[in-house]
Design a protein. Structure first.
Length: 171
């Protein structure tokens, strides 16, 4: 066998094993919102502190999952805290998070929402928008049947694995 064929035979497994470097998407992950049906009709809702803690828990978990993946770089939104406070809740503003995310240098703006019907029935929604166009790029929802840290985390991990981190089929 000529030397170049031997060389190619030795080199080809290495070429296959080296992943192609895709561009990293910069993501602005905003605090998630909550709607508690038990608070409907209240002038000033008094959200359960455990639910508010779990909202932060699932946001932090999503950020960790995104950072571990390598396809995403999570942008620090700390310098935009006042703008975020004024604009929220994001479930009601139809994309008002996009200019904040764009200003922060992000390619996508990620928001989320928990709809709590009761302690036994909740729904977690995650939405991503392109910061250049404002268009929705991803929308997803998962039912959570129980109100524990592990079940909320299971919901965000499920959405990450099966919806968020899955490429759309080519058209």
């Amino acid at each position: 066998m000529p030397w170049f064929k031997k060389f190619l035979c030795l080199l080809s497994p290495l070429l296959i094993a080296v992943p192609a470097h895709a561009a990293t998407t910069k993501a602005a992950v905003f605090p998630f919102d909550i709607h508690d049906a038990q608070q409907d009709g209240e002038i000033v809702p008094q959200f359960n502190p455990e639910d508010l803690r779990r909202l932060k828990l699932v946001v932090d978990e999503l950020k960790v999952l995104m950072a571990k993946d390598g396809k995403y770089a999570v942008i620090d939104l700390g310098p935009h805290a006042q703008e975020i406070e004024k604009a929220s809740p994001f479930k009601e503003c139809n994309g008002c998070e996009v200019p904040i995310a764009k200003e922060a240098g992000a390619d996508i703006a990620v928001t989320g929402f928990v709809d709590k019907v009761s302690d036994a029935l909740l729904s977690l929604q995650i939405v991503a928008r392109d910061t250049k166009t404002g268009e929705l790029t991803k929308t997803m929802s998962a039912a959570i049947n129980g109100n524990t840290d592990e079940l909320w985390l299971h919901g965000v991990r499920y959405l990450w694995r099966n919806r968020f981190n899955v490429e759309a089929p080519a058209k």
